[in-house]
Design a protein around this ligand. Structure first.
Ligand code: BGC
Length: 778
């Protein structure tokens, strides 16, 4: 297998899932009997134009539209002479490239677009893709943090900001949102998703798609979005990146697919496959998932792109013999565009000419790609996204800083606040700020920030310095990272140098309150960054304990891209603030929360385990046949538990505190027996019982007590963000319809079954009020 070096050198491999209906015919010698059929695209306003264009395209030009290359040389410089870059350059000029990724900035994009438009025979413009994962230049919090806001308006706004900056830089298409559900914090890419829950994940998927795409794709401040990675990538076995996943049908249909479906329903224009296998078939060559479900059952009318080199990696997986076979299988499955495998551009012509691949499938792929180019307005004006003045005005616009600051504050989760240590008093206090991450301007930008400048986040130190009424001292305590900090390489942690400990301890002794900023570096989560440990890396735990010995008034501010196992801190440290990696405005957001200028309201989108051994741990688990100790105190072992740690998590899904307190009361249904198809009306009274105005995320869960497949002990089915003034009380209403009461069978059919249901409402997935009802007649 050839290896390509490029801006992002990315190697990929596998995962898995169960369930496959379509028989795959992989022989490359003959045209298969059961050749999949392209489904006609309905209501395509551009159909006529596309047909006439297709009719004059050569097969080579069609294959070109299906080929995407990564950015390669300084495109505004002289033409490259050697290697891949020279080849790509030639292919651009010859109409053999339909898209590029990671070329950015008006000048660079114009240079490649001109090559194609002015020099290739048909001049079909490129669509320019980019990973706008949590912003472009002005960075929002990492997506997992945004999910903690449960605030769909803010999440949508954040996507709008990223889209506007990217589009103003010449980009037409983002490879986001990642909507992979994951239950395993070891997997580094949990930072890029919406957490463990399919319901919350679906809402976020829709909000982000709408934010990126806006109302009108041809608006030069919007971009086409991508739902990725279709599907199952988030279930990498043991959390190890690119590993296989074993997923049963029920999990596939009820947990993995719903956020993708929500993105599709929100109008997402593209899907990306993944590096994983699904029932031992790489998803990039998987007819069941792409052809049968996505393009068949769901009627998706946009186009599908492979993941980076995932077509040629089907050879490495051991699924196909060579790239030719990989090409054939990917196209049969429904992958319309090849990201950087070179497979389509090399193999399609021969496959069709030799009668091994139906050209109708190629035409269908090209149609889909051209349609999105029309929708973006590129076919009418290839340069419409290329305006230097707009670029200067939009990228880094102050309004974007406000939006990401707002998002950052909403993403913060207060995990613990004993003795009302928070909010900090604004005057007359001696505050010791400790931890290398506290004055880090780079780590808060996270690991997906290719278009942003290093060291541009507001650090926590800078944010806190704005509160001048207190005496603030800073001590690093210990260096966190040794060596390079980069997107491409491993981050190494200081595990030996504790020379800064004494100064940190001294500062703590002299302070009224100590704020410690500890956790993971931004480059410690993300793609290729799995961990087998969920602790505070390096010598940070030791530093925390030493400082705590000197001063018990410690506020721990966590930075991390995944749930951490912080059992010692949860037991001992009086105040803990989950601050993730919050992007450009990190320090301002953290300081405003610490000082009470913003009352935190975030809730965890992923369960925090007590220790790594509990992973994967998630709230919507099944009951098992032996959920409880049958004889408490007698030390019997015959029940579902661990010998050394309890089953409950450290912090459950949906958990998060506020500076005020909320009381739930009077949970009611409008009936206790419902007909099939009838809506269930739920109401609950919520009162702000504390000393601050505040916001609560009211969460509704159900349990279907018995079903044709076993249902989870709780499933989130509704939530509402409620602002209440101090002392205020309000009744909150929810409606449960068939959309919330049913589930997917193992055959993928959605059913609502009669029987008994429980309803829970509260401020997290554990502490809830409960009631129940009967649905239908059994
Ligand atoms: C990732 C994708 C990403 C692509 C392009 C891959 O390695 O898995 O999510 O969009 O690279 O950068």
């Amino acid at each position: 297998m050839k290896i390509k070096f490029s801006y992002l050198l990315l190697f990929c491999t596998s995962l898995s899932i169960t369930a496959c209906s379509a028989q795959q015919n992989k022989t490359d010698d003959i045209m298969p009997q059961n050749e999949p059929k392209a489904v006609a695209l309905h209501n395509d306003p551009y159909a006529k134009k596309i047909d006439s264009l297709l009719s004059i395209m050569t097969l080579e030009e069609k294959a070109g539209q299906m080929n995407q290359y990564n950015g390669f040389w300084e495109v505004t410089g002289p033409a490259p002479k050697d290697g891949d870059a020279a080849l790509k350059y030639e292919h651009l000029r010859n109409g053999r490239v339909g898209s590029m990724l990671t070329v950015r900035g008006v000048d660079q994009v114009r240079a490649v677009q001109e090559l194609v438009v002015e020099e290739s025979r048909l001049g079909i413009p490129l669509i320019i893709g980019f990973d706008v994962i949590h912003g472009y230049k002005t960075l929002s919090p990492i997506p997992l943090a945004e999910a903690a806001s449960w605030d769909m308006d803010a999440i949508k706004r954040s996507a709008e900001v990223g889209a506007a900056e990217a589009a103003a830089s010449g980009i037409n298409w983002t490879f986001a949102p990642m909507v992979d559900v994951s239950r395993d914090a070891r997997w580094g890419r949990v930072m890029e998703g919406g957490g463990e829950d399919p319901y919350l994940g679906s809402k976020i998927a829709a909000a982000r798609v709408k934010g990126f795409q806006g109302e009108d794709l041809s608006d030069p401040l919007t971009v086409a979005a991508t739902a990725k990675h279709f599907a199952g990538y988030g279930f990498a076995e043991a959390g190890r990146e690119y590993n296989k996943a074993d997923i049963g049908n029920s999990t596939l249909y009820n947990i993995i697919l719903p956020p993708f479906r929500a993105a599709e329903e929100a109008g997402v224009r593209t899907f990306m496959t993944g590096f994983n296998t699904l029932d031992e078939i790489p998803v990039t060559g998987n007819e069941f998932i792409l052809r049968d479900i996505l393009k068949g059952k769901w009627g998706f009318d946009g186009f599908v792109i492979s993941d980076y080199a995932s077509i040629e990696e089907m050879v490495t997986h051991g699924f196909v013999r060579d790239e030719k076979m990989a090409t054939k299988q990917a196209i049969r499955a429904g992958v319309d565009m090849d990201m950087e495998s070179y497979s389509y551009v090399n193999e399609i012509m021969a496959l069709v000419e030799e009668g091994k691949l139906d050209e109708a499938l190629v035409d269908d792929a090209v149609r889909r790609i051209l349609r999105v180019k029309y929708e973006l307005g590129l076919m009418d004006d290839p340069y419409k996204y290329l305006d230097k003045e707009r670029e200067a005005e939009v990228v880094g616009n102050p309004a974007h800083h406000e939006a990401v600051l707002d998002m950052a504050k909403k993403s913060i989760v207060l995990l613990k606040n004993e003795r009302n240590l928070l909010p900090l008093k604004k005057n007359g206090q001696k505050i010791a700020l400790i931890g290398d991450l506290a004055d880090d301007k780079n780590s808060p930008l996270g690991s997906w920030r290719i278009a942003s400048d290093d060291n541009t986040a507001v650090s926590v130190l800078e944010g806190m310095q704005k509160y001048e009424g207190n005496e603030l001292t800073f001590e690093q305590g210990a260096q966190l990272v040794v060596g390079e900090e980069s997107f491409l390489t491993e981050v190494n942690f200081n595990t030996t140098d504790k020379s800064g400990f004494p100064a940190a301890v001294e500062a703590a002794k002299n302070a009224d309150v100590v704020v410690m900023v500890l956790g993971e570096h931004g480059f410690q989560s993300g793609e290729g960054r799995s961990r087998t440990n969920l602790d505070l890396p390096g010598v940070q735990q030791e530093l925390l304990e030493k400082v705590y010995e000197a001063n018990k008034n410690v506020v721990l501010v966590l930075n991390n891209g995944r749930p951490l196992a912080i059992d010692w801190a949860a037991e001992n440290i009086p105040a803990i603030v989950e601050a993730w990696q919050l992007g450009t405005e990190t320090g301002n957001a953290v300081a405003q929360v610490l000082y009470g200028d913003y009352n935190p309201s975030g809730k965890l989108p992923m369960t925090f385990p007590r220790n790594i051994g509990q992973t994967p741990i998630y709230y919507n688990h099944q009951n098992t046949g032996r959920p409880e100790d049958p004889a408490p105190g007698e030390e019997r072992v015959w029940w579902s538990h661990y010998m050394d740690v309890e089953n409950t998590p450290l912090y459950p899904f949906g958990y998060g505190l506020s500076y005020t307190t909320f009381n739930y009361d009077n949970l009611k249904l409008n009936k206790d027996q419902y007909e099939m198809g009838e809506d269930v009306q739920v109401s609950v009274d919520l009162t702000n019982t504390g000393n601050y105005d505040g916001k609560e995320v009211v969460q509704l869960y159900i349990r279907d007590l018995y079903g044709s497949t076993v249902r989870p002990v709780r499933e989130l089915k509704g939530f509402e963000l409620v602002n209440l003034k101090k002392g205020e009380k309000r009744t909150i209403n929810f409606t449960l319809t068939e959309d919330e009461l049913g589930f997917y069978t193992n055959d993928g059919e959605y059913v609502v079954e009669p029987g008994e249901f429980e309803v829970f409402v509260g401020g997290n997935s554990v502490e809830t009020l409960k009631t129940s009802f009967m649905l239908g007649e059994e």
